[in-house]
Design a protein around this ligand. Sequence first.
Ligand code: SF4
Length: 463
Amino acid sequence: MNEQRAYLAKIKEENARFAAAHGHERLACTRTYGCQQNENDTERIRGMLEEAGFAFTDDENKAELVIYNTCAVRENAEQRVLGRLGLLKTIKAERPDMIIGVCGCMVQQEHIAERIKKVHNHVDLIFGTHALYRMPKLLYEAMRSKKAVVDIENSDGEIAEDIPTKRDNRFQAWVSVMFGCNNFCSYCVVPYVRGRERSRRSADIIAEIKRLAADGCTEISLLGQNVNSYGKDLDENIDFADLLRMVNEIEGVKRIRFMTSHPKDLSDKLIDAMAECDKFCRQLHLPFQAGNDRVLKQMNRGYTKAEYLDKIRRVKEKIPDIFLSTDVIVGFPTETNEEFEDTLDVLREVEFDHIFSFIYSRREGTPAAKLDFVLTDEEIHRNFNRLLEVQNEISKRKNEEYLGRVEEVLAEGVSPKDSTVLSGRCASSKIVNFKGGEELIGKYVKVKITEAMTWSLNGELAE
Ligand code: SF4
């Protein structure tokens, strides 16, 4: 980062000259697609831009710099980015000094980076997930070059520490503990675009969380594609259960969450740590993806339906009030209607509080992309709707269990629909809406639950 900081200083000098000449700071607009890891990466991009003297806007029309941080997991997210790039062409025609950058998982795929270079030649800067920390140098070059600056080199093994980070939320933070994934699920592009698993050293993670806690941040979410593999690549003798216990000791931290876990790697040691750490929010996101053993095998998930259910049983035994969520894919190429029934079985047996359900999206370069579909689009959509029907009934029923309870809620923000209503989450992760003033944002308040909907709870301040 020392080399990169020198570039940030150079850009800052240029930005100061720009501000003196134009009477306003150079404005940057960032947009994030995809998962929490991408959100976390954008916080770093914004941290670097802030250090380089940029101010921020949400409006591309006003921005001197636009950066889209993209996702490759589903096709529709890619199409949205390509559509927006088309719109930017018109804006750039009127303001040719504008710099347009595209980064993240989508452009880490060589064929997409090539396509953007050819079809969207108004894009000035393309950099992949491995080049994130090199953004200052790349941006400095893009500000000078007439040609697109491209860096999608794979630098597996490297982790850049001390990247400046701009978090808009001062009381909650995502902290990456590891990057990449070694699992190669047959439908997933993540191992190709984010590389192999790399864990951060525990001392760096703990130092970051201590700094956050000292600044008033009370809720920490530990982040990785598969946090259960944490530490396997380090020369330290540590695993994720040990790390969780270390974070639990940090003064000022009140709540700890983590995501995502892989069922095959969820150990009894971790379940014990979850049960024993008093700051751990009783919440587990454990993607099962499909309920049928043949489909799971073809997905290369590394567990059977019975093994998954056994892990859930062990978690519930140790932590009976756990909030459970999962990811489900409907319409995996070779899945039949009969096999899909096993997915519904898992939903009914586990009774998740919440699910994230997706229709399979074909990803070029993955083994599943070569498989033929058994079901028609119509059948896949019908199964998807059945899945939602089954889950909605379960989610509503699970939410009704909260009626009359008083929950401690961290007030996170004002509801977009009503400025007198605040929204937050209780320790288990249920979303709770209640009447309250903005002065409560960032505080923990007691809320009595008065109404249960399918996806959230309503309540009133209890004190
Ligand atoms: S565990 Fe599987 S689905 Fe999750 S990121 Fe890794 S390869 Fe993708």
